[in-house]
Ligand binder design. Sequence first.
Ligand SMILES: [Fe+2]
Ligand SMILES: [Fe+2]
Length: 275
Amino acid sequence: MKRSPSAVRPHRSAEQADAFRTLFRQQGDRLWNADRDVDWAAGSEIPDARRAAWLRMMNVFLGLEVMGLDTIQVMMSQATHQVRDPALNLYLAAQCQDEARHVYVLDRYLTEVDGHGYISKPEEFLIERFGGMASWGLYRVENWLTSTLFSENFAALFLQQALELDDVDPLAKQIFRLILRDEVRHVNFLHTILPLLIDRLPAAGRLYVWQSQLLLAGAVALGLRRIKADVAALGIDVDVYKATLIENLGAQFEDAGLDSFLKIDTYARVINAAT
Ligand SMILES: [Fe+2]
Ligand SMILES: [Fe+2]
């Protein structure tokens, strides 16, 4: 791996460096504090009938954030070297801090409600596989960022739908609103960087990334199948969730000019077949 300090390299594109700096500043402006900005004293209310399903979802969610934090730390420097833009490191450091805060706040939540450990080995295994697949093999920077577009959308939709449920723990709702604030920015970042990265990929690279992404989407869909009953027990309609996810992803692929390369129809087939 290249280890030259990317900070001394000139920016490839002043415009792109500005876009990364703007995202960096936005993170600083909207920064929240997991201890002070959540009213922990208000306490949590989890209906008994939904407690087990709810805590499994929250454990899976924490697992995904832990995996996301680990992956971004492995990939930051590689991405900066690949794009050859020191401003990318600035922004990724900020996003890394966001993910650290997500891990911290969910861990504290599960501690407060005595809810750790509601996760099975196969779920843990799938989460670990997802992290491995997202940062391994050829074209790993492109693969990582493309998989992030998928996982950020997946998480943001879960947060949005959980916020609409009537009897979801109000303490968790406070936390979800804060996390969602960050995840929206993470998606904006992907829209800034992905078109450029994919544009530079040779045809074989595109095919490789596309195939890796389908494997990855399949792994996530398998995970969704495992927690389908829990999701349904919380009052989220899994079929509506999947249809909305595919619709959102399709719109985003088009928006970022990635639709001809990522082909939402194939994603839809993989997601539907695995669930
Ligand atoms: Fe996160
Ligand atoms: Fe994120």
